[in-house]
Every structure is written in structure tokens, then in C-alpha cells.
Design a binder for this molecule. Structure first.
Ligand code: B12
Length: 210
């Protein structure tokens, strides 16, 4: 389960974490399993932050360490971007009020590695920007990442804005990020919410019938 990795990450021992990740990759361990252990460590760090045992500086540090880990894992995790015909088009972004993007970027890599054409709008994306891009590129799917609960209203506002622009019926809407579940999807008027990138890409493939 990677206790040594989990503990080093929670204790923010950056050099140890990177060393362990590199060793695990070299010995052939599954990159997704390693990423999952690191995600669980981030959840633990988040809990420590809520309990005021960790502060914003530790939260920032955890994000930086995760980014470094992803540099090591990404080539194994997402595969090469598929050349040739794309299987579907997706517009994706983190909703207004939310600047978390580590999970969104994993989702993007996974989508590209599976042959999707991806338009990334970045973070803190207002509803009108999602609407504009959906109008412009006519994607099969709109993906919204939301990690903090204050983002829930932004999810709903974006879906409402799509309705007003007569675009809601033209796209499937998928939600991801630690802050969402099926209940949030229902509240926002989205079609699905997933807990990880693998589930996310499987759902997107079903929608484009692959
Ligand atoms: C790292 C981190 C940060 C970093 C973010 C760096 C970055 N570039 O993203 C920094 C330091 C900037 C940060 C800031 C803040 N944070 Co923060 N942060 C975290 C932490 C520790 C990890 C989040 C993360 O990256 N997880 C790892 C990724 C891989 O997981 P994931 O997002 O779930 O993504 C996976 C899937 O969900 C899926 N996925 C993701 N996106 C999408 C999209 C689609 C379309 C699909 C299909 C799938 C998909 O794929 C991924 C891989 O499987 C969490 C703890 C936690 N429990 O999540 C707190 C946490 C999210 N933060 C929190 C808070 C409070 C804040 C701040 C308000 C702190 C402050 N006082 O300033 C600010 C918010 C600023 C803002 N307006 O957004 C709270 C939110 C509480 C709540 N209920 O709303 C948490 C939960 C910590 C806590 N327990 O208190 N944070």
C-alpha cells in the first residue's frame, strides 16, 4: 500500500518522496497505484490543514511535491498522446472560485492518452467562458473540475448558462475533483460525477460509443 511513501509525503519530506517514487517506477510498480497513494496522502494533509495542525504553507508545499511526483509518473500514467483520428472532443476547466488543478491535469493527460481532443480552459473559469468555448468548438463533452464546496454554485451556474444559450442538450457534462459526487451532479444538473480519472475516461468513452 506504500506506507513509506504515504508517511514521507504526509511529513512533506520532498527528497524522500521523489526518491521513493522513482524507485517504485524503476522496480515496475503500477503508476496509477503510486498516484493513488499520493492522492490519499494529499487527503490526509488536507485533514491536517482542517484541524489546523498544518497551515497554508504546508498545503502549498504538498501541491508542489505532487506536481514533482507527476513529472515522474506522467509518462507511465497517461501514455503517448494518440495521433490520428480523435475519438471525441472535450472542453474542460476548473470552475469559478476554485484554483485547484492537479487532478484536472491528470484527467487531461488520461483523456489525451486515450485519443480525445482536449480544450483546457485552466482554473477559476467563469460560466460565460465555458459557454463561449462550447459554442466555438462544439465538443461532445464538457468536463468541470471542482475541489472545494464553494464551487458547487459555479457548477450549477455554468449548467444554467448553457441552458440559456440553448447548448445544454448538445453536450454531456461530467464532473470530477474531490469536491463532487452524484448528489452534487444532481444539484448542478450535470450528467455524471466520477471519483478518479480512470472512471472519468471510461464514462467519456461510453458517451462517444467507443
Ligand atoms: C493541494 C491542495 C491545494 C493547493 C492546490 C494546488 C493546485 N495547483 O491544484 C493550494 C495550496 C493552492 C490550495 C489552495 C486552497 N485550498 Co486546497 N487542497 C489541496 C489538497 C491537499 C489536495 C487537492 C488535490 O490536488 N488532490 C489530488 C488530486 C489528484 O485529486 P482530485 O482533485 O480528486 O482529482 C482526481 C479525480 O477527482 C479526477 N478529476 C479531477 N478533476 C476532474 C475533472 C473531470 C472533468 C473529471 C472527469 C475528473 C477529474 O481525476 C483526478 C485523478 O484521479 C486538498 C485536500 C483534499 N482532500 O483534496 C485541499 C483542499 C481541497 N483545499 C481546501 C481549501 C480550504 C483551500 C483554500 C481555501 C485554503 C486557503 N485558506 O486559502 C485554498 C483555495 C483556493 C481556491 N479558491 O481554490 C479544502 C477544501 C474544503 C472544502 N470542503 O471546500 C481541502 C479539502 C483541504 C481541507 N480538508 O480543508 N489547496
Amino acid at each position: 500500500m506504500g506506507k513509506e511513501l504515504f508517511d514521507s509525503f504526509v511529513e512533506l519530506r520532498e527528497d524522500d518522496v521523489i526518491k521513493i517514487v522513482q524507485e517504485k517506477i524503476e522496480s515496475g510498480e503500477d503508476a496509477f497505484a503510486i498516484a493513488e497513494t499520493c492522492k490519499n496522502a494529499l487527503i490526509k494533509i488536507g485533514d491536517l490543514f482542517s484541524k489546523k495542525e498544518y497551515f497554508l504553507s504546508e498545503l502549498v508545499m504538498s501541491g508542489e511535491i505532487f506536481r514533482e511526483i507527476m513529472e515522474v509518473l506522467e509518462p507511465k500514467l497517461v501514455g503517448d498522446e494518440k495521433e490520428g483520428n480523435k475519438i471525441g472532443k472535450i472542453v474542460i476547466g476548473t470552475v469559478k472560485g476554485d484554483i485547484h488543478d492537479l487532478g484536472k491535469n491528470i484527467m487531461i493527460g488520461t483523456l489525451k492518452g486515450n485519443g480525445f481532443e482536449v480544450y483546457d480552459l485552466g482554473v477559476d473559469v467563469p460560466p460565460e467562458k465555458f459557454v463561449e468555448k462550447v459554442k466555438e468548438v462544439e465538443p461532445d463533452i464538457l468536463g468541470m473540475s471542482c475541489v472545494i464546496s464553494i464551487g458547487w454554485d459555479s457548477l450549477k451556474e455554468t449548467v444554467e448558462a448553457l441552458k440559456r444559450a440553448d447548448l445544454r442538450d448538445k453536450v454531456k457534462i461530467i464532473l470530477g475533483g474531490g469536491g463532487v459526487d452524484e448528489e452534487v451532479a444532481t444539484f448542478a444538473g450535470a450528467d455524471a460525477a466520477v471519483k478518479d480519472a480512470i472512471e472519468g475516461v471510461e464514462q467519456c468513452k461510453r458517451w462517444v460509443s467507443v
